[in-house]
Ligand binder design. Structure first.
Ligand SMILES: [Zn+2]
Length: 427
């Protein structure tokens, strides 16, 4: 069932901050997502019991996850499924670490060549509209309290709308994946050069999990592991916990010059991406961190505002700073509202945190963008075993369709192109 919300406008978490300052003050485990009414929550829970946790996870001793590595960074070729003449899927692992599904499809779709990621245009082809929407999607970095607190604000309405449009996501899917996009973008604020950061969730819930990646250029891409998320009844709230279930949240940093990517993991404790990210920083990096992610939908279920706030107290900061921040956060508007009202985040930061003397460090663009291209996919194809390429080239059907997991761009390859790749392969 396609999820629809019988709501008259929905505001996500407002003035609720997902932060961990001290273990003793860790927020209760109740997921602080607005529930429309007590009855509807009860009814909702009847349908969506989070699956039982198989092992007792604990924050203090996160266990290593068994099973396959996250698809982006495994570096190990996934199991190849043999070509069966009609349809096959093949997980790809490569230096580029992108994953792809390769499927061949019956039909007479026209082969078309695109050089870059194929992005749908939810804002229309009108250049003026495109520019207007783009102008507001930015990440703002700042420091507070004599540089002892690092802050980032992101306005990402356009990014979330473009993500939704490319993957054709419903409200629930947009909400969950959108939170991951906003969270991952906030975490990417300190990256430099070719650094990348990825956020991956593997859960037992019907959404299965997600994988999102951001780089130092403000490019963000990633996918839900199950789209559409199977739901058995119309949604009455956007509590994402039942859909993620029990599982692990991993953050992987690939820093330029580092031999190995660094991965940290925490158990999904809250089933809420903002809170679990705060928990990740507290557990894995012992840094008190606050995340506030919000996506506003209008009555029609369209995303009208998406934003996020990140605050991190650096080691050595006086305890008073923690308390001041906690107090000031209560008056910080919901990032989704700031984005929706097109307010200048720098002015809001200056006004709310004035007693901590904010130091604005400038802003840069953020965008839903994937570096996949037809050329890259043709190189992926050329890495298939020669006998498989021969089978595809001889048996078809054409066009062979390759779909990028990270952005849902689809590239088509004709019989001639496949034959060219096959004949050009050595060995
Ligand atoms: Zn892509």
């Amino acid at each position: 069932m396609r999820n629809t919300l019988p709501f008259d406008g929905f505001r996500t978490i407002s003035n609720r901050y997902h932060g961990v300052f001290h273990p003793a003050r860790m927020p209760c485990k109740k997921v602080p997502v607005k529930i429309l009414s007590a009855t509807s929550e009860k009814r909702f829970n009847r349908f969506y019991h989070p699956p039982p946790v198989e092992e007792p996870w604990s924050l203090s001793s996160p266990k290593k996850r068994s099973g396959p590595s996250p698809p982006f960074f495994s570096g190990i070729p996934g199991p190849a499924v043999l070509y069966n003449g009609l349809q096959f899927r093949w997980k790809f692992s490569h230096k580029d670490k992108s994953s792809l599904a390769l499927r061949s499809r019956k039909g007479d779709a026209k082969c078309h060549r695109k050089k870059e990621m194929i992005k749908k245009k939810p804002y229309g082809a009108n250049a003026k509209e495109q520019l207007k929407a783009n102008a507001r999607d930015k990440m703002y970095r700042f420091l507070l309290a004599d540089d002892t607190v690092r802050g980032v604000f992101i306005h990402g309405t356009r990014m979330i709308n473009e993500m939704r449009s490319n993957f054709d996501l419903g409200i629930l899917e947009t909400y969950i994946l959108g939170h991951a996009y906003l969270g991952c973008t906030l975490m990417s604020a300190n990256l430099k050069g070719k650094d990348r950061i990825s956020l991956s969730i593997d859960g037992t819930g019907p959404a299965k999990g997600l994988s999102v990646e951001a780089n130092a250029y403000g490019e963000v891409r990633g996918f839900l592991k199950k789209n559409p998320i199977p739901v058995k009844a119309p949604l009455e709230s956007l509590n994402m916990s039942p859909f993620l279930g029990a599982g692990m949240l991993s953050v992987t940093k690939i820093l330029e010059g580092m031999k190995q990517p660094y991965t940290g993991q925490v158990a999904l404790e809250y089933g809420n991406i903002a809170e679990d990210l705060a928990s990740y920083y507290f557990t894995s990096e012992q840094t008190p961190t606050v995340f506030n992610l919000s996506i506003n939908f209008n009555k029609e279920g369209e995303v009208v505002g998406a934003g996020g706030l990140f605050l991190q107290v650096m080691p050595g900061a006086p305890e008073e700073t923690d308390k001041k921040i906690e107090a000031l956060l209560a008056s910080f508007p919901s990032p989704g509202d700031i984005a929706e009202r097109a307010e200048n985040p720098e002015e809001v930061i200056q006004a709310v945190f004035s007693e901590l003397t904010p130091k604005l460090l400038g802003s840069h663009r953020v965008e839903f963008f994937c570096r996949c291209s037809e050329k890259a996919f043709s190189q992926h194809l050329s890495m298939l075993p020669k006998k498989d390429l021969a089978a595809i080239a001889n048996e078809g059907p054409f066009p062979v369709e390759l779909c990028c997991h990270n952005c849902n761009s689809t590239y088509h390859f004709s019989k001639e192109q496949i034959t060219e790749i096959w004949k050009g392969k050595k060995g």
